[in-house]
Design a protein around this ligand. Structure first.
Ligand code: SAM
Length: 184
């Protein structure tokens, strides 16, 4: 299938392709999964997941951004049944999800509580700022979810004076959770 194309942009997104690759790997998506994207924004993660699983629910609190999710979905091929919900999670979260990506951090304690209460098997949260990353790690640990933390820093090459130099993106902390995890 072709690469994800995002003709429409939104202020907060998208999750960068290399970060998506690691995030999706850690989510361990299976064809029969129901996947939830919390804070879908440009829809980049929603679209990638919709190519791997049966069902996707995308939840986004900002109506204009949910519209961007919808438009970018329409510009891509995928097979999943995708539901879009304008809500601020934990509102709008389904009760039968298998895997969840938390890209939007508002109410993340309540979002993680919902994941635990409804038996979500795999949860990944991406955070770019250090202190919130620490809070997220602790929240995963307290709920018995914490399985792994990956810090990623991606740099892209560019031509400089006839050679190749690199520009780096901000680091991202990928907090990986599994139901019944034993901690780090
Ligand atoms: C960093 S962006 C996510 C980027 C997205 N993964 C993408 O590739 O476009 C965070 C988004 O989450 C949304 N958001 C934050 N907290 C939320 C919540 N509790 N429920 C729903 N949306 C939320 C914000 O409005 C924002 O659009």
């Amino acid at each position: 299938m072709s690469q994800v194309t995002l003709p429409h942009d939104a202020k907060a997104g998208p999750t960068k392709p290399e970060v998506r690759a690691v995030t999706l790997d850690k989510l361990g998506l299976r064809p029969t999964d129901h996947f939830v994207d919390v804070g879908s924004c440009t829809g980049s993660v929603t679209i990638e997941a919709a190519r791997r699983v049966e069902r996707v629910t995308a939840v986004e609190r900002k109506p204009n951004r949910l519209d961007v999710t919808r438009k970018n979905l329409a510009a891509n091929e995928y097979d999943a049944d995708v539901t879009l919900r304008e809500a601020e999670a934990p509102d709008g979260l389904p009760d039968d999800a298998d895997a969840m990506f938390v890209g939007g951090s508002r109410n993340f304690d309540a979002v993680l509580d919902h994941a635990v209460d409804t038996g979500v098997d795999r949860v990944v949260m991406n955070v770019s700022r250090v202190e919130p990353a620490g809070d997220a790690i602790e929240a995963f640990r307290e709920r018995g979810l914490l399985s792994e933390v990956v810090q990623m820093q991606v740099s892209h090459g560019y031509e400089l004076a006839g050679a190749t130099s690199f520009r780096s993106n901000n680091p991202v902390y990928v907090v990986v959770g599994r139901r019944g995890a034993e901690g780090l």
